[in-house]
Design a protein around this ligand. Structure first.
Ligand code: FE
Length: 313
């Protein structure tokens, strides 16, 4: 049996040196991760007989992926972001943390610092009036004992009728379809917005290029993203995916989960529309309540420190 080159002492020593394990500077944690990643990559290259052409195609792919800012999209499409949720669920189960609204992926399109509002807030800038269906979205944030949580911050964001997000789509106004709503004394949040559209990866982007090679589509059902936070409660990152959507259970990013389906109702009623202050006769309502776990420690009140976009207004 031939000895695998990637297993030899010479190569292992090379990778230890390359990972900085022969010096005292830098980050021990990054050294540990780097050694594991390059050692495992070398084994993959050898075991699967990765050709030079395949290797350099992959290197070029990563350059193009970064150039299009799509690394966050690819990790969602490959199921890795959903895996992080499954991993956290398993850790929670192990220590007996359960209950509350399920978590699901954040995705790469959050922008920090959306306008903060109390009471009913309008989220859209009116630029799709007459095109979009007006959506009245509301619900209550409770704790796992069923008690309303007042003063919770419901930080939500969604796409427009073209499936595009403000900030990333420069044709939209600042913070269009992004708000932070503080729940009232009854724990309620209320928004007037527009029904979002589902969307797909850019057809000419590197993520879709990879999915094409995997024989997969890059589509998502229409959905609304949420961060929900309140003192004493565990931060929740989740999404409502809208019932009736073609890709509801065929989401390329694997974000749809039981307990996170939004039962959107489309209503045709001119009088009811007028009562709600909108033109025409068609609108939609969506009620969705959230349940937050108690924070086992103050750090659990915070979202992850993932780098995020921050709009300069
Ligand atoms: Fe999204």
């Amino acid at each position: 049996m031939t000895v695998k080159v990637s297993h030899t002492a010479e190569v292992q020593n090379l990778f230890k040196e390359a990972s900085g394990l022969n010096n005292e500077q830098g980050s021990p944690r990054l050294k540990q991760l780097t050694l594991r990643i390059i050692s495992d990559l070398a084994k993959i290259i050898e075991d699967l007989e990765v050709s030079d052409d395949e290797f350099w195609t992959a290197v070029d792919y990563f350059n193009r992926l970064g150039g299009r800012n799509e690394a966050g999209l690819l990790v969602a499409g490959l199921g890795l972001e959903h895996f992080l949720d499954l991993l956290q669920d398993a850790k929670d189960a192990q220590i007996g943390l359960s209950g509350g609204t399920p978590r699901t992926i954040e995705g790469p399109l959050y922008v920090a610092g959306a306008p903060l509002a109390e009471g009913q807030v309008r989220m859209d800038d009116g630029s799709e009036d007459g095109v979009a269906t007006v959506m009245f979205l509301e619900g209550v944030v409770r704790d796992t004992d069923g008690q309303p949580v007042s003063g919770a911050v419901v930080d939500l964001w969604h796409a427009n009728t073209l499936g595009n997000y403000s900030y990333f789509d420069k044709s939209q106004s600042d913070y269009n379809l992004r708000r932070r709503i503080v729940t009232d004394a009854e724990g309620r949040y209320r928004a007037r917005s527009i029904v979002p559209s589902g969307y797909g990866c850019s057809p000419d982007g590197p993520t879709q290029e990879c999915l094409d090679q995997l024989g997969r589509h890059g589509q998502r059902p229409a959905h609304i993203h949420f961060f929900i936070s309140a003192p004493g409660h565990r931060h929740l990152t989740t999404q409502i995916n809208l019932a009736g959507e073609q890709y509801l259970w065929d989401d390329f990013a694997y974000a749809t989960r039981d307990g996170l389906i939004g039962d959107i109702q489309f209503i045709e009623n001119a009088a009811a529309a007028r009562d709600r202050g909108i033109d025409g006769s068609r609108f939609a309502t969506l009620e969705f309540n959230f349940e937050l776990q108690k924070a086992p420690a103050p750090v659990a009140e915070q979202r992850s420190a993932r780098p995020r976009a921050l709009q300069q207004v």
